[in-house]
Design a protein around this ligand. Sequence first.
Ligand code: AHR
Length: 555
Amino acid sequence: LFVNASEASARKIPDTLFGIFFEEINHAGAGGLWAELVSNRGFESGGSFVPSIIEPWAIIGDDSSVIVSTDLSSCFVRNKVALRVQVLCDIEGANICPGGGVGVYNPGFWGMNIEQGKRYKLVFYVRSEESINLSVALTGSNGLKKLATTTVVAANVSNWTKVLVLLEAEGTDPNSRLELRSTTKGVIWFDQVSLMPLDTYNGNGFRNDLFGMLKDLKPAFLRFPGGCFVEGDYLRNAFRWKETIGPWEERPGHYGDKWKYWTDDGLGHFEFLQLAEDLRALPVWVFNNGISHNDQVDTSSVLPFVEDILDGLEFARGAPNSRWGLVRAAMGHPEPFDLRYVAIGNEDCNKPYYLGNYLKFYSAIKEAYPDIKIISNCDGSSKALDHPADLYDFHIYTSASYMFNNANHFDGAPRSGPKAFISEYAAHDDAGNGNLLAALGEAGFLIGVEKNSDVIEMASYAPLFSNTNDWGWKADAIVFDSSQAYGIPSYWMQHLFKESNGATLLNSTLQANPSNSLIASAITWRNETDKNEYLRIKVDIFLTVIISALKTYTI
Ligand code: AHR
């Protein structure tokens, strides 16, 4: 490799080149990065119908001691379902239940991680015509091992009453559950039951270990909240930012029909912006443009969608006394968020109404926020776009060798006009899994991205997370359960590129490149902590050897 260190041939890599893409897929947020431990906290996961689905809530007791149902008596207007627990037990006419009482428990998202010495904030809403005597506990998965207990006694809860309890764990169990038991006869309603560890990143609700793995990547941007999650299989189930802001208790939650699970939307529009800020990454908001996988809004009717997005931009960027800035300020963030990028839809370029809808959003946003960079779903890498845009989106999921061989894809991209945002890339084996070979293919591709960073502004791997209990999409950078997490090779591969943002790309040439199996780049950067200048040379070797006529082995 010949590296030319002369300044004349060097070029600055964009500060934004490598970032991350968070999608609510594989329980990445609900039961993942968002530290809420209660699953289906508002009993709403079956929608606003009764009888409702209360799973994974389950009953403590038997048919003769407790009857559990749902009704629409909640005090919250947008999520009316409440849990009705009828405690029947009456030992010897004394209105007393056996043992520690009967009631319900929640096992969280495949077990709650409760850790000794840590504190947990439990909030729930309760109502009853009787005085209540509740036993609240964090226990092991079978209810026997007690990790934290307390009693809630109240003489008058005839109106919905908020209860807040701090629990300190005396033991550790990654497979714990939350129990709510009554020791006396009567009917009790519960709603919006939340259990959050106090120990989250900056107190902002992000699970510390998972947040740390993101932070370690030094991402320049955070694209959110999807992907297909943004579109939905049907528009009625798409992510609607207004339904995800304000007090968590009042959020209706929604069923993400593409990835087939319910989210309480504790991780909402505000929290995504907060996440970006905490990561010191620029937020990139992908919004629904009136198009889902199976239905779409005709351009002549798209105006309400456009207005809704302008409101969302005001929520992020407006002055604290503007209509939506006021809502943001009330949530604890009077300063505007640094939102500079939006994507109009996801993978919708070929849908009949895309271009028409896109242009409506584009002109309205540019008029109100001329500085915001707008990302089109249409690929502009092989020919110029036929519509205005600041960036174009590019997705690539493929085999390791194809990924490596695509390192030069952008060599022929137009050198003027919109730049590329490779917002989703990943290599995988035939079964869809990531592995070391896939990471080597991706590394080759990213070296090509560095070399073409005059026309590529951003790139991010996808998907970012998977909970091992909902591994729907297999190649994911970070895999976790309730208490542990690891990065697959593709995650660690990204660490090799985290110094590239804003670095200087030196002109480098391979003197020999047998079978085009090599790709290399050289960067220099200054470390602001130790004030040293560094040089990193990356060489990726990807050699395919035909071992027999039938099989291709890659080494
Ligand atoms: O990353 C998983 C999915 O792949 C995204 O939701 C979508 O944009 C793409 O098809």
